[in-house]
Design a protein around this ligand. Structure first.
Ligand code: KG4
Ligand code: ZN
Length: 401
């Protein structure tokens, strides 16, 4: 039987993302329309403008993803779509399109929680590698020569949908090694950091999440966005990414911001106090962005980032301690969500994972920020468990949904 194919649609905030993935975790086609330019001009996401941009982009994105995959809609096995959390005006655009496709082609519909998609995409690469490695192992056990292995991997890839490019034996060996190390299996510890959420979760299976900590006020991405705006940075590709780049020019010890909630021994987060401290420092020392105060602003950016991440580290260290007591089989710390594309954060958290004997897994940056692949993949994981809705009779969303 050919592997299942799922199309996923994401439209919860300011990115229209569509992708087609296969059961082995191969991304067959992908399309992403960013609204960064529109919202940068307004200093943040304006829901009505975001909705209009999604409406303008959605049909083209679906067509582009299907065309890149070489798949017709009737060849799909299901359509997955983000149903929340997010901006309702924006979510509606994706849900309507998904229902249209599902109704027209009699496909099951898979509602996906946006944060679950962020978490599960960490399992995508591992699955690809695992499939490739399994194919390679069989071939090697059969005593094939390198050229034969390469040719056979190509055949095996076509047959099993393993996603390794048919390069050569070396690549096969690398994939096998990576698969053994990287396969993210349940249960795992997960830190989700995005524009709207800051969560520490123990993930024991699809839909089996134990929340160890959440934010009491702002999410980290929100704090990055706010500070970027106060510092007068151009908010592209996002406030967070702009701040990360700008902070490289600064001295992270220049300003003595204090790490939030140090006397509260929980895994919860708080960024409102730090945000206020940074705002006051900017109002006092660099109220208008100028060339003359550029160094000072970079110092503020770097100091904010150091302290914000020290807070993440402290909470992660505690969560690792708890989880290793209660679930010693946990082997991975997954860090995902838009803020996880930050290289400085990855570096600091990898030290914590290393110290605890855990493997840090961060999806590649383009899969950390909002995208269609993560929704398609979360849909695939749910599809494989039969967690689907029957094809809708029409595109219209029933009352009360
Ligand atoms: O997951 P995401 O794309 O959308 C939400 O679900 O919110 O995350 C967006 C957030 C924004 O706040 C953005 O500023 C932040 O992720 N972000 C970053 C970086 N890239 C994106 N924050 C810090 N460093 C980055 N490199
Ligand atoms: Zn997101």
């Amino acid at each position: 039987a050919r592997p299942a194919l799922i199309l996923g649609i994401e439209s919860s905030c300011d990115d229209t993302g569509v992708a087609v993935v296969s059961a082995s975790g191969r991304v067959l086609g992908e399309s992403l329309a960013s609204q960064a330019d529109i919202h940068a001009a307004w200093g943040g996401v304006v829901p009505k403008l975001a909705q209009e941009a999604h409406e303008a982009a959605i049909d083209g994105c679906v067509e582009a993803a299907l065309a890149a995959a070489g798949v017709r809609p009737d060849q799909l096995d299901a359509v997955a779509v983000t149903i929340g959390p997010g901006l309702s005006l924006c979510l509606r655009v994706g849900v309507l399109k998904a229902r249209q496709l599902a109704a027209a082609h009699r496909l099951p519909l898979i509602p996906v929680h946006h944060m679950e998609a962020h978490a599960l995409v960490a399992r995508l690469g591992a699955t690809r590698f695992a499939a490739a490695a399994a194919a390679a192992e069989q071939l090697q056990q059969a005593g094939r020569q390198p050229q034969q292995v390469a040719a056979s991997v190509a055949a095996a890839e076509a047959a099993s949908e393993a996603a390794l490019s048919p390069e050569a034996e070396a690549a096969v060996a690398d994939a096998a090694a990576a698969a053994a190390e990287a396969a993210v299996e349940f249960p795992f510890l997960c830190l989700l950091i995005s524009g709207g959420h800051n969560l520490l979760l123990l993930v024991e299976g699809i839909g089996q999440y134990t929340q160890l900590g959440t934010t009491l006020d702002d999410a980290l991405g929100e704090a990055y966005d706010k500070v970027a705006r106060l510092l007068g940075l151009e908010l592209k590709p996002s406030g967070g990414a702009a701040l990360e780049a700008f902070a490289r020019e600064g001295d992270p010890r220049a300003l003595p911001f204090s790490v939030p909630m140090q006397r509260r021994p929980t895994c919860d987060f708080s960024y409102a106090g730090l945000k206020t401290a940074v705002r006051l420092a900017i109002e006092e020392q660099a109220p208008e962005p100028t060339d003359a105060n550029r160094q000072l602003r970079a110092d503020i950016a770097a100091s904010f980032q150091r302290v914000a991440v020290a807070h993440l580290e402290e909470r992660c260290r505690r969560a690792v301690g708890w989880v290793q007591e209660s679930h010693p089989q946990v082997r991975h710390l997954v860090v995902a969500g838009g803020v996880a594309s930050n290289q400085y954060i990855r570096g600091r958290l990898s030290a914590i994972a290393d110290a605890a004997g855990l493997r840090l897994v961060c999806p590649p940056p383009r899969l950390c920020t909002d995208n269609g692949v993560m929704v398609a993949w979360a849909g695939m994981e749910r599809y494989q468990l039969g967690l689907v809705e029957p094809p809708p009779a029409s595109a219209e969303v029933p009352d009360g949904e």
